[in-house]
Write a new protein. Structure first.
Lengths: 329, 243
């Protein structure tokens, strides 16, 4: 679901980024007001979970792959506003360091995965689970919420892809950016997400939620505990070491092909916007290092990504705590 | 002069944390292992011809850093910023000469070295570091010199800072003699250091301290040591493989 650069026109990217600005502003305000300062580092842990979930690629027949996002899970544990910021930072890190998702398309990716996904997922979860915790009703709510959340996000991404050929064409009638219209993009995105990827999101959300509720209560905004417990550290470690499983899925996700691949997918040509588009070379492109086995590069990328996210949010929490102390004094 | 004092302040912090953390729980992994691993990592990084090993070390250290309290993370980050930016700046011409990778490699090596030391410094007390060196029996003199140097750097730094302060307080207006008197301050500090060395030697004799450090804290080999050894052994294997 990570839209790369040049698949969306710069105009679309601009609109999506502009749409995200008020969402981020409201989220930051809400976090400042409602989130206990000691809990902000937990947003980093949650972002690390989301980052790792996105590395577990799942294949479906037909050669494309997808992954869970974990946005609904964070929304359930820390609230939708925290989920919005956590997933946004995880996406920023992926785009800047690992080249997963475009820089120009960052706003669009955030809109789909950091705004639509957690808010839809959380609303459905609240509707079903109400105030229930640690029982079947909560887990059913989390499952259905996460399933609908990821599908809503996929639908948004499909629409963003699909409107490109309607709006932007060259003199020869070829699409300038994404060459597939709504009639192709919606089924292509939705078939995967309604079946396997949706299921992956449900399993990830319910399994981690059950684990956190039983073994690591600190990863929830309602508890007072703020120290990362050992079970949570162990779970993070296991996820990092297990990330190479995501490599078993061969193939590229729909809509994430390189400029050299797109002609072979059925488009028949490479859109002009892609050949002459914005080019950003990431530090560690595709989570890999040259001269190193792919699986090892994946583990290193997972460790660096998760560690950076936790460090960023710990420092933010520390700074926020200090500021509130000085303002009280 | 002031810059030198700033450096002494940093080394002083090392010893200050020693006193502040007197009641702290000792490190779960044997200090000797940690000091050894840090030195080895820096050495191997300097020797490695590609970025793979360096990035692997950075990944492990970053993960260890992520598990530390925020105040420690901030101190490590502050220690990192200056050397890394300075290196990047010095290596900038490499980019214009067509070797952007050189700049990246060297900057990453500096980042790795400082990160390894800063993380070790955060998680180990100075007394644990000296204890780590005293594990090797033949190194008693080395440990004594190291320990003395660190402690006197702080004491003499403090002393010369006070002298400088006094000179500045007494000077009014535009005078050249302030600069000229720097050697005077250094000379006085040197004389003071000689006095202090004699006093230390006498104090050592009074307390029957012959310069041999004995560690009364025995460390049993635990699963944490095993994990630590495992991770670093894997990294060394990686170094050999990617050579």
């Amino acid at each position: 679901m990570h839209i790369p650069d040049n698949y969306l026109s710069p105009q679309t990217c601009g609109v999506m980024a502009a749409a995200m600005v008020p969402v981020w502003a409201v989220s930051i305000n809400k976090i400042k007001k409602d989130m206990p300062k000691a809990k902000i580092p937990m947003m980093g842990v949650a972002a690390a979970f989301s980052f790792l979930a996105m590395m577990f690629n799942v294949p479906i027949p037909g050669g494309t792959t997808g992954h869970a996002v974990g946005g609904t899970l964070i929304a359930i544990l820390l609230g939708p506003y925290a989920a919005c910021l956590s997933v946004s930072v995880a996406l920023l890190l992926q785009a800047l360091i690992f080249g997963d998702g475009g820089i120009l398309a960052f706003g669009a990716n955030c809109f789909n995965m950091a705004f639509v996904l957690p808010f839809v997922g959380y609303a459905v979860y609240k509707l079903i689970a109400g105030g229930h915790q640690k029982d079947t009703r909560e887990y059913v709510g989390a499952g259905i919420g996460s399933y609908l959340g990821i599908n809503a996000a996929a639908l948004c991404a499909a629409i963003e892809f699909g409107i490109q050929p309607m709006l932007f064409r060259d003199a020869a009638g070829n699409a300038l950016y994404c060459p597939y219209g709504l009639n192709v993009s919606i089924p292509a995105m939705m078939i995967g997400h309604l079946t396997i990827f949706g299921l992956a999101e449900v399993i990830f959300t319910v399994a981690v939620l059950a684990f956190v509720r039983n073994a690591a209560p600190e990863l929830s905004v309602r508890t007072a505990q703020a120290q990362t417990s050992n079970p949570l550290k162990i779970l993070l470690g296991i996820l990092i070491v297990a990330t190479p499983l995501g490599l078993l899925a061969a193939g590229t996700a729909w809509g994430e092909w390189g400029a050299d691949e797109i002609a072979a997918t059925g488009a028949g040509y490479t859109p002009k916007g892609m050949t002459h588009g914005f080019d950003y070379s990431a530090l560690l492109p595709d989570y890999s290092f040259s001269g190193l086995p792919e699986w090892f590069g994946y583990i290193l990328s997972a460790a660096i990504g998760a560690a950076l996210l936790i460090i960023i949010f710990k420092l933010i929490g520390y700074a926020a705590g200090n500021r509130s102390k000085t303002s009280q004094a | 002069m002031r810059l030198n004092l700033k450096i002494m302040e940093v080394t002083g912090r090392l010893l200050k944390s020693d006193r502040e953390n007197a009641g702290r729980k000792s490190s779960p992994v044997a200090p000797a292992l940690r000091v050894g691993a840090a030195v080895l990592c820096i050495l191997l990084c300097a020797l490695s011809r590609n970025a793979v090993f360096v990035i692997a070390v950075i990944a492990v250290e970053l993960f260890r850093l992520a598990l530390m309290p925020p105040a420690s993370i901030l101190r490590v980050m502050k220690a990192l910023i200056l050397p890394v930016m300075f290196t990047a700046l010095i290596m900038l011409p490499a980019v214009f000469l067509g070797h952007p990778r050189t700049m990246l490699t060297v900057t990453m090596k500096v980042l790795e070295s400082v990160l390894v030391l800063a993380v070790m410094n955060e998680s180990l007390d100075w007394r644990e570091v000296t204890a780590a060196f005293s594990v090797a029996k033949g190194m008693a003199v080395f440990v004594l010199i190291l320990d003395m140097t660190m402690r006197f750097l702080m004491i003499l730094g403090d002393y010369s800072d006070k002298l400088l302060e006094a000179v500045m307080l007494r000077s009014v207006g535009k005078t050249n003699w302030k600069n000229a008197k720097v050697d005077g301050i250094l000379g006085t500090t040197f004389l003071k250091s000689r006095q202090m060395a004699e006093a230390t030697s006498e104090a050592m004799a009074c307390r029957c301290f012959d310069g041999q450090y004995r560690s009364y804290h025995s460390h049993r080999f635990t699963w944490r040591d095993a994990l630590f050894l495992g991770v670093y052994a894997t990294m060394i294997a990686l170094f050999v493989m990617t050579k």
